[in-house]
Structure formats: C-alpha cells, structure tokens
Design a protein around this ligand. Sequence first.
Ligand code: HEM
Length: 542
Amino acid sequence: MDSLSYLLLFALGVAVLFWRRHATRFSISYIPGPTGASWLVGNMKEFAYQLNVGDMDFAYARQFGRTWRMRHPLGTDMLMTADPKAIHHVLQKAEHIYVKRLESTETARMTMGKGLVWASGETHARQRKIMNPAFTVGQIRSFVPIFRTGAAKLTQKWRDEISAKAASAEGVALTVNRWFSRVTIDILGETAFDYNFGALDNTENEVTAAFHTMFSDSTLHPPAWDLIFKRLWSYIPQPILEFMDYIPTREYNRFRRTLRVVNGVSKQLVEEKKAALLTESRSSRDIFSVLVQANVSQDPKGRLTDEELVAQMATLVLAGHITTATTLTFLFHELSCHQEYQHKMREEIVQARARLRERGAEDFSMEELEGMPLVSAAVKETLRYHPPVYHIFRNAIADDVLPLETPIKSASGEYTSEIPIGAGQHVVLSVCTYQRLPEIWGEDADQWNPLRFVEGNIEKESKMGLYANLMAFAEGNRGCIGWRFTILETMAIVVDLVENFKFDVGDEKDEIIRRPTGFMSAWVRGREREGPQLVLKVTPVA
Ligand code: HEM
C-alpha cells in the first residue's frame, strides 16, 4: 500500500470515529480521572511509557478510587477498573458483551496467526472445545516428568557454567531471564509437539532467537502516530485491517519475522505429527497429538483446519513460554531479595526430598509439588505482585450497565454502583491494581510477602479468577487455558533450582524495573539499552 492509501484509510477511520462518537448516547466523561491530556494522543503515552508497570494505575487508583477514566487518542474516553465486581461482570457474567478489542486480536493475528488468542465468537468456541482436552488435570500430570527433566537439564547447565567460570563461594553472575526463556521454550517443544527445540543446548536456536526481545524490540515506546493509528482499528473492517501485514515499520516487521520463523517450524511439525499419528500404534500424549485426536472425533464442521492447527502451535509457543519465563524471572528476583524466605523454601524442599527417598520414589509427583506450601505461596505471590499480563482490554459491543462493588460519583453528583456503558466503550481491567487492593490482600499488599497465602484466608474469602483469587489468568470462557500447565511447570523448575543453588542479588546498585513490553519484563534502570535482563549471583548449594 502506498502513502496515499494510508492517508485515505486514516481519514476514513477518523470520519467513522466521529460518527460513532456523536452517535453514542453514553458518555463516561463525568467519571474522575487525570486531566490535561492531549486530544490527539490522550493519556496513552503515559500509559505506554510508564517506567515501572503499574505505577500509573496505582497512583490513579489512590487518587480516584478503584474505577477511573483515562483519555484515549482523538478525544475519546477509556474506562479503567480494578473493582472486583466490575471485573467479574466483564469477564464472566457479560463476557458476550465485552469482547477483545480489534487492536488485541489483530496483534495476536500478526504474532501468532488465527489461533485461540485471536479467535472470537463461534470460531473461538469451536477452537477452545478442541483445545480443552489437551489441558485437563490428567494431561498436565503426564507432563510433570517433562517439566522435571527440563529443570534438571537447566540445573546441569548452570553447574557447567559455574564450573567453567571457576566458581567461588561468592557465586557466579548469571543472566537468569535468558535461561528461563530457553528452558520454557524447550519444555513447550516437548509437551506441545514431542519435539526438542534444543534451546538449552544451543543459544542460536532460530525460534528462541526470533522470540528473544521481540516485544521489547517492537512494543516498547511506541511512536505517537502508532497510538493514534491503533485507536482507529476498531472502526476499520477486519479484512481491510489485514493489509497491515504490509506496513514496513519496526513493530510490524518484527512481528512478521517472528511469525514466519515460528510458522515454518510449526508447519513442518504439524505435517510430521499428522503422518506419525496415522502410522504409530501408540497414542502420544503431547498437546498436538491430543489436539489431532480431538479434532478427528469432531463432526467435520467443528474441526480445526490445518492453518488453525499451525496457528495453535505458534499460539502455545508464544503465550506459553514468555509468560512462564517472566514469572520465573520475577520469582527469583524476589527470592534473591528475601533471603530468609529462600532459606525456608530450601528447607521445605530438602525435607520433601528426604520423604521421597524414604518412600523409595524417584521424583516428585504433581501432588508432592503442589503440597509444598512455601513453594506454592511464592508462585502465587509472584503472580499477584508481578502479573505478566497486567491489563486486560475489552470493548463493549452492546449497551450495558456495569455493576461496581465500590460506588463512584455519578454525573448528577450522587453515589452510584452502576455505570451505563454504551456500545463501543473501551474498558481496561487493571489486573495489577486489583491484585494490590489492601481490602483483599491486606495492608501490606504493596509488598512481596508469600506468607499471606500460607497464613491468610484469601482464597476462602473471595472467589475471583481461575487460581488463588488472582486475576493473573483472567477468568470466564477466555481465561488462560494454560494456567495449570504454567503453575506445575514453574513449581517443577523452582524446586530443582532452589534445592541446588543459592540466589543473591547480582549488583546491589541495580534497580530492577518492570517495563511495559506487551507482557511486563525485567530491566535494569539506566541500562535499558541492554534490553530485558536479570543478573543474579548463583552459588551451588553444597
Ligand atoms: C504465568 C503464565 C501465564 C499467564 C500470567 C497467562 C495469562 C493469561 C491471560 C490473562 C489470558 C487471558 C487474556 C485475555 O483474555 O485477554 C490468557 C489466555 C491464554 N493463555 Fe495464558 N498465561 C500464562 C501461561 C500460559 C501457558 C503456559 C499457556 C499454554 C501452554 C497459555 C496459553 C494461553 C492461551 C492459548 C490463551 C487464550 C485463551 C482463550 O482466549 O481462549 N498461557 N493467559
């Protein structure tokens, strides 16, 4: 497309936007929120450029309460909420009204293809029905040995690395986030396709190389024109939006390059697996085999096409590895800052290992991993305090009334627990703020304290989300399909690493910040040029 076409598309979008804006009978401009934003970009620069993910939300929640308004580009309003009742309504009760924004689904299409994260409506229901059997408790249980093998391999790699660098009692500095990316991608290869990506063995693996820093290369510090351009997507018909595949900018080039590499590998694997399933007598348990089996047992209309099968693989590799690697990164950052807790966790694991030996068992089962209270609490608390998906974006496709637990001042000045919502209204669920509400998590909600999950009654008192009262995995029909997978995988890795190594802060001077790169990621303040990193001092435990 040439520049004139872009301009026409832009003008068309602006015209539609104005038409929609004037046509709507609903306005949320009475809801308190920051003032002084530019008409063109709204508060979106502040939103996308915050130094530390969540700082902006926490400040506004303190100033305006659990629900506030922000300006979107071109003079429109966006509703932000951390109110549990509103979140539950959007994701569960009225999820048919609050659908994913085109901006999110198009980004998903460009990065993962037309798989589960992209799909909506009936296509989503059909895809999800076929994907669900691959994520049952029984299926995840069968993956535990793979998680443990990945963890053992990482442990051995670190031992080799440390010996090569002549370990001293002081330990050796390792850039742990890169290793977490590699181990999680290898585990996904094994569990999803029964395939070895070889990321732990080979730093130059094409898939890991494509993913490495993809989001920071593409989404960190978006230019103003892109923020405005994205605002128009909701008003452009979807088939026209697919022309964005030809836009030659940093973000879109990077997405295309990564999807090309991942699709190349996925296509080859899909062909190989389909052929193997026809000839092999044993039934494989990897996700792809389960998918193909579930697919053939469906009536033809309900089946996934080959293109959709390839897209599911790219979806799982992307959605499944970056999020888990991020959780591991922040968990070990916190453990290195909380030595006492780390020490207690190690004792818990050593005792569990002793019980295992007494029984003559070889390795921890799913139940034994889940039965370590301090390990489990550290995983939950990290997902609470550092949720990799910190915002969930939705767009109302019909008029509705949003219920609130905490009332706000209405347009007439009275307090109300209901916000009239017009079709087309953007709603952002602030997961990071909900997970810091002192009324739910306690007065120390602004601190990483896993003991709240050991001593408190959080999970009994409230029933939000898929796991531990957290919104980190969302909920409803679009809630994370991989939540059990990631919890068990994280525990399996943490147990091995904490049993074998002691973790200390790499450099006391480093301030670790959470940059907004699609998912949040760990960076060192002042050294942003070096990309996402967490360097820790790692010392083998005798
Ligand atoms: C700490 C790790 C993870 C976190 C925090 C996380 C979080 C989320 C969230 C919040 C959503 C809903 C997004 C929305 O509705 O806008 C989601 C959806 C999804 N997640 Fe995860 N996820 C994690 C790990 C995984 C893993 C390991 C897999 C796969 C192996 C996975 C696969 C998916 C898929 C396919 C969806 C789309 C589900 C649908 O729309 O039906 N995730 N995840």
